[in-house]
Design a protein around this ligand. Structure first.
Ligand code: NAD
Length: 329
């Protein structure tokens, strides 16, 4: 198969990593990059042996697909141009700032018949991949995503910049409709909320309590999932998951890392076991981009669709709306 001709738009912090990954992928030819900061794109192009284009139009006429890693506030205008030129795109999260923009992009992509993947990278975190063989059916989720202050990303509220990762994951894990959202947040340093907490309720009874901050002293990216007969703890930063499960004492094929205790339920003997699922050596960004390239080359549905990005944004916008309402009380 011919290598896919790929470009990267916006080569700041994350876009330069996209360029780095594409440059080493066999299935891809990194044709070029484009950034409004030409000096930066010349530097990055030199580093990864590619061409710094001085206009978006020129780059788009030379590629089959692109990654967009420009600031979120520019996603809509850049993505619209990419889709109208009929090029496949992986767009960094969040898909856009407003729901209207996101809906337009999803519709436009469908109309043009191009692949649209949204960069919700935590779906590709080795700690999540390690849980694929488990039957996750969460009834309560607690998540914390805390970061130190960094002016990058403050063009949007912390809900759109950080919490959106957890929102997307939670929506992918809980196969049920959102029925109620309560939220609170505070703008401490920037003009938009820097710290936020949301309680998301689902039709099946599941509740997710989600906290995100970009003004923390210490970093943390953790999610705890509670369900019937199991507690799962995920550390995204460490790329590590732990599972505590209740299984029948006579269960075959259960080789626990540790036996933690026994519980008798009627005449049924049950044991509590601790497992550390095997973690594969995966670079989440490289895996995410590989899946995008495969979707384009083999005409498959991308693993995180435009519709997924839209759903996550819809919940994020409802959370922001609730935070605004709180301010008025
Ligand atoms: P950044 O500021 O480091 O880089 C953005 C780059 O885009 C800059 O070099 C800037 O010159 C360029 N740019 C701005 N407007 C442009 C335009 N119209 N056309 C071309 N280039 C343009 O920002 P960043 O931290 O790399 O974030 C970029 C995007 O990636 C954001 O949407 C952010 O939410 C997302 N992001 C995702 C993750 C993740 O974990 N998936 C992590 C960080 C950032």
């Amino acid at each position: 198969m011919e290598p896919l001709k790929v470009g990267v738009i916006g080569v700041g912090h994350l876009g330069s990593l996209h360029a780095k990954m594409y440059a080493r992928m066999r299935a891809v030819k990194l044709v070029g990059i484009y950034d409004i900061n030409l000096k930066l794109s010349q530097k990055i192009a030199k580093e990864f042996g590619t061409t710094p284009y001085s206009s978006l139009e020129q780059l788009l006429s030379s590629v089959d697909a692109v990654s967009i890693a420009t600031p979120t506030s520019t996603h809509y205008e850049v993505a619209k141009e990419v889709i109208e030129k009929g090029k496949h795109l992986l767009i960094e999260k969040p898909l856009a700032v407003t729901l209207e923009e996101a809906e337009n992009l999803v519709k436009l992509a469908e109309k043009e018949g191009i692949k649209l993947q949204v960069g919700h990278i935590e779906r590709f975190n080795p700690a999540i991949i390690a849980l694929e063989s488990y039957n996750l059916n969460p009834l309560f989720i607690e998540s914390h995503r805390l970061a130190q202050f960094n002016p990058r990303g403050t063009d949007v509220a912390v809900v759109l910049d950080l919490m959106i990762h957890d929102i997307d994951l939670i929506l992918s894990l809980v196969k049920s409709r959102v029925t109620q959202i309560d939220a609170n947040g505070v703008s401490v340093i920037s003009e938009t909320p820097d710290i936020a907490n949301a309680r998301i309720q689902f039709e099946n009874g599941c509740v997710a309590n989600v906290t995100a901050s970009r003004i923390s002293q210490n970093k943390m990216r953790k999610m705890r999932i509670f369900q019937r007969d199991a507690y799962i703890s995920i550390d995204f930063a460490q790329g590590k998951s732990e599972v505590f499960r209740l299984v029948d004492d006579n269960s075959k094929n259960v080789i626990p890392t540790m036996l933690l205790g026994q519980i008798n339920q009627g005449n049924r003997k049950r044991i509590i076991i601790y497992e550390q699922p095997e973690i594969k050596e995966i670079n989440a960004l490289e895996y995410e981009l590989t899946k995008f390239v495969e979707a384009v080359q083999n005409n498959l549905e991308p693993p995180v669709t435009g519709y997924d990005g839209l759903r996550a944004l819809e919940v994020a916008q409802k959370i922001l709306h609730k935070i605004e309402l709180q301010k008025l009380l």
